[in-house]
Design a protein around this ligand. Structure first.
Ligand code: APR
Length: 171
């Protein structure tokens, strides 16, 4: 798909207009990519997050990027994998809502981590397909809005899975 890339590396180094944080409902930081983003952004990010008053699973909220190269951080809360049918719908909502919010703020490049595939236990094979399909559906619904999408992988395994999934997805 045009302007969709898979990268292996640390999302805090992304120069996209916004990077997506796999947060939790409190929006008060955590481990994984959440911890890395808060460490790189500095204390201003947490202060702004606290003022947001939390975030529901599947929802997206935006803050400034502070010390990050990215101007904004879009915080989403992925589903904790449970194997229920609702997991996939909630995970897809994270990607759709993040892209909608980026469009609302006239942002034209976005970096996603592999949401829910770490602490929240979502199997990478399933999560990657949901992520790639969600971006495809969103772009088909927003054909006149140009936005570059970078999928940031933190492991060779996730990277290989994204590359395979993108290759098998008809665009
Ligand atoms: N850059 C890119 N990807 C990263 C980075 C990083 N610096 N650090 C971790 N990741 C990857 C993980 O390898 C995983 O593939 O991000 C993906 C998501 O993993 P988590 O960060 O564990 O997020 P998630 O599974 O969505 O769980 C969210 O973890 O950190 C807490 O506060 C967070 O409670 C929330 C939960």
């Amino acid at each position: 798909m045009k302007d969709v890339k898979v990268l292996l590396g640390d999302i805090t180094q992304s120069e996209c207009d916004c990077i997506v944080n796999a947060a939790n409902k409190t929006l008060r930081g955590g481990g994984g990519v959440d911890g890395a983003i808060h460490r790189a952004a500095g204390p201003g990010l947490l202060a702004e997050c606290i003022a947001l008053g939390g975030c529901d699973t599947g929802e997206a909220k935006i803050t400034k990027g502070y010390n990050l190269k990215a101007r904004y951080v879009i915080h989403i809360v992925g589903p904790v994998y449970s194997g229920s049918a609702n997991d996939a719908a909630l995970l897809e909502k994270c990607y759709i809502n993040a892209l909608d919010l980026a469009k609302e703020h006239d942002l034209h490049s976005i970096a996603f981590p592999a949401i829910s595939t770490g602490i929240y236990g979502y199997p990478i094979e399933k999560a990657t397909k949901i992520a790639v399909d969600a971006v495809k559906v969103w772009k088909e619904k927003n054909p006149t809005y140009p936005i570059k999408v970078d999928f940031y992988c933190f492991s060779e395994r996730a990277y290989a899975q994204y590359v395979l999934t993108l290759k098998n997805t008809k665009y």
